[in-house]
Write a protein that binds this ligand. Structure first.
Ligand code: CU
Length: 380
């Protein structure tokens, strides 16, 4: 009897089994995989954990490639809009979904119609930990290794809206003949569901390139931001990984690169120096120097790539810059608003006004600005 009560109690606190979320596009591997394709539920929305490499890498969808010509375009310097949803039927591609069209007529941005946001692992805006797109400059998916991926765009308020913008760095170089290989990555907050990885690979291509400087070799991102809920109140900017960073591979049986525990998952936001939006510092010429990270190390020096010249290492102090030294909310808010390019229409609806929406956000991203480099560090 007590066992029944216990299992009922457990059932009531466990997250619902429907839900999760995936990146949906015809360019993806596994676009037409259903819950019947594999002996287990290996739909693109199914979470990944405790698996051998062959089973988690590309979601075990390498044998289910996209059709020739289906490619996800990445316009250099502009946003690429993805569709993220808990079911294919909630996207523009509902026609090939087993359940047909389940899109929310009243809210096209609904990630998971007829479910609460906990179905996609958030209790609200404050729970969002971000997601990422990564790229490998290889045209053969079988040749891509985990270390080949570099995160080029982050959306810190992911998963929240079905249509999700990923800003593409302006300096992305062209892909090899046939395009590149990309992937969506997401690890959700520990407050709404257990430890899970999400990975959906797809074919991609950079359009409108204006630079030929390659993406640098990616490095594992170090945890360097504050984490008050785990007792860490201070940030350690010199302890961050700067430049090209590898996605998180976590909680599987093989080839993990992150070893954080259940209640402190690796996340795509400032805590790991994944700033919101385009990752503009991932190129081989992005920095003049990147010292080995350590709490007391020297800070990296950004290059002024627009001028093709090093930026000055000292700053003009003749004009007092109150925004740099003040912690006034007025200054920082306007600065964040200007850099805030995501579609926040749902947030506006909730908050009513733009400023209210920003007050509602507990996490805000720093910003990379080569012309005001001191600002980057003072925002911590
Ligand atoms: Cu899930």
């Amino acid at each position: 009897m007590s066992a029944i009560i216990l299992s009922l109690a457990l059932f009531s606190v466990l997250p619902r089994v429907s839900g999760h979320s995936a990146f949906w596009h015809p360019s993806m591997f596994g676009f037409n995989v259903t819950d019947k394709t594999f002996p287990y539920d290996n739909r693109p929305v199914a979470p990944i954990k405790n698996m051998p490499f062959s089973q988690w890498w590309f979601h075990n969808h390498l044998d289910f490639p996209p059709n020739a010509g289906d490619i996800f375009e990445l316009p250099a310097g502009k946003p690429a809009t993805a569709e993220i949803a808990c079911n294919k039927g909630a996207t523009s591609y509902f026609a090939s979904s087993e359940g047909g069209d389940i899109r929310d007529k009243n809210n096209p941005n609904n990630v998971c119609p007829n479910s609460s946001s906990e179905a996609y692992h958030t209790k609200g805006l404050d729970d969002l930990e971000g997601c990422a797109l990564a790229i490998a400059y290889k045209n053969d998916v079988r040749a891509v290794q985990p270390e080949d991926f570099t995160v080029f765009s982050v959306n810190q308020t992911c998963v929240w809206t079905r249509f999700t913008d990923f800003q593409v760095p302006a300096r992305m170089p062209p892909c090899p003949e046939g395009g590149c290989i990309c992937s969506f990555f997401w690890i959700h907050s520990p407050k709404s569901g257990g430890e899970e990885n999400y990975m959906n690979g797809f074919k991609c291509n950079v359009t409108g390139s204006t630079s030929n400087f390659a993406v640098a070799k990616s490095k594992v991102a170090r945890r360097c931001g504050s984490d008050p809920e785990n007792g860490k109140t201070q940030t350690a900017p010199a302890n961050c990984t700067y430049g090209a960073k590898t996605p998180f591979y976590w909680f599987n049986n093989e080839r993990n690169n992150m070893f954080e525990g259940t209640f402190s998952p690796p996340v795509y936001n400032d805590r790991y120096n994944f700033l919101d939006g385009a990752q503009d510092d991932i190129f081989i010429d992005s920095y003049l120097s990147i010292p080995n990270p350590a709490p007391n190390a020297a800070m990296p020096i950004l290059a002024d790539v627009s001028a093709k010249n090093p930026i000055p290492t000292t700053f003009n102090t003749s004009t007092p810059d109150h925004a740099c030294t003040s912690t006034s909310n007025a200054n920082t808010d306007s600065d964040y608003s200007n850099s805030y390019k995501r579609d926040m229409s749902d947030v506006y609806k909730r908050g009513g006004t733009r400023s209210f929406a920003f007050m509602e956000m507990s996490k805000r991203s720093r910003r990379l600005n080569i012309h005001r480099r001191e600002r980057l560090w003072n925002i911590w």
